[in-house]
Design a protein around this ligand. Structure first.
Ligand code: MG
Length: 345
């Protein structure tokens, strides 16, 4: 028997409606996949926010066309991944397959993926806890949820950015980084806000301007007292190569680049080119973020709080230690267990 692929359509529901610069949503459509081989199962996930090009239909189409190998050659496990990543586009679908394949590889090798990558499980960064936009009482409630995290990530780019920061600093002394999700309209507004945020001792600012506006980002970086991180501006390696003059850091997500294989190459490139790395996620379940966590010993920050923001996680896996430090367990593969046992029936 060769590899067997099954999938399950799923809606991940947010605990609180999730509001960022352009949109509010209550849930995120996902496709979970299972790869079976020799009595082992590898799991993967494609979680598809409404603002991305791919959707559940395109993911299912991709899965139905994919040619799976008859056998996995453990001495050359990457030959399948090289084929997978030679297919154009379909990054979310590829990420799901890529992480399931890594999970399976780890289980067949009887080792966690971070160990197969020769990474130190203790050398993990702090994870940030994300606060969507909200009024004072909503923010206080979310701050309570963030109790054990030292660093919070605040979504800005709305109409009350200064009030939100002032409110959070009134009720908490946690460190803050901000994510604007392209929400500031021009470089003048951006520099004014960044000067104000620098006075508030913010750690860094993610994606202040529209993703294609590289020229104004260079202008901003020359004047900014705060580190600038790219998110929407960087999908894969070709975008990343444009980054070192424009940004100080980059948010790398498995869903954007197509999985662990590509993410690892990008993180290594960033580390060699003095770009800080924040390992991010697309409000995924424990499946996707546990896969991403395997690479966090190579990163300065993690933003892998997706499972904490949803109330119907079908997996368990990632854990957060003191101050929100990512905990990598000694479990094989990507370190997840399925909770919803009926989801692939
Ligand atoms: Mg972001």
């Amino acid at each position: 028997m060769g590899l067997k692929l099954s999938y399950s359509l799923y809606d991940l529901s947010f605990k609180h409606p999730f509001r960022i610069a352009h949109v509010t949503r209550s849930h995120t459509p996902s496709v979970f996949i299972k790869l079976e081989y020799e009595n082992h199962c590898g799991y993967g996930e494609a979680t598809l926010p409404p603002y991305v090009e791919e959707g559940r239909e395109s993911v299912v189409l991709f899965l139905n066309k994919l040619v799976l190998p008859k056998q996995i050659d453990l001495s050359h496990p990457f030959s399948f991944l090289l084929y997978l990543h030679s297919i154009e586009g379909n990054y979310f679908a590829k990420a799901a397959i890529d992480m399931a394949f890594h999970d399976l590889w780890g289980k067949l090798m009887d080792r966690p993926v971070y160990e197969l990558f020769d990474l130190d499980q203790n050398n993990t960064p702090l994870c940030t806890y994300t606060l969507g936009m909200g009024n004072e009482s909503e923010l206080i409630e979310k701050l309570n949820d963030a109790d054990k995290f030292d660093v919070i990530k605040v979504k800005l780019g709305g109409t009350n950015d200064r009030e939100m920061i002032a409110c959070i600093q009134k009720h908490s002394n946690k460190s803050i980084c901000v994510d604007v999700n392209q929400g500031w309209k021009d470089k003048e507004q951006a520099i004014e806000m960044m000067e104000w945020l620098a006075l508030k001792k913010i750690l860094f600012v993610e994606q202040p301007l529209p993703k294609e506006n590289w020229e104004d980002m260079i202008w901003l970086k020359e004047r900014s007292a705060l580190p600038l991180y790219a998110d929407e501006s960087v999908q894969g390696m070709s975008d990343l190569k444009k980054c070192s003059k424009v940004f100080d850091g980059v948010n790398i997500k498995l869903m954007k680049c197509g999985g662990l294989f590509k993410a690892k190459q990008m993180i290594e490139f960033a580390n060699q080119n003095k770009l800080s790395v924040l390992m991010g996620c697309m409000s995924e379940s424990s499946c996707g973020v546990s896969a991403a966590a395997q690479l966090t010993p190579l990163c300065q920050w993690a933003d892998l709080d997706g499972p904490l923001l949803i109330n119907n996680d079908p997996f368990q896996g990632i854990e957060y230690g003191e101050k929100g430090k990512i905990k990598l367990k000694a479990e094989n593969g990507i370190g997840v267990r399925i909770k919803d046992k009926g989801m692939f029936n």
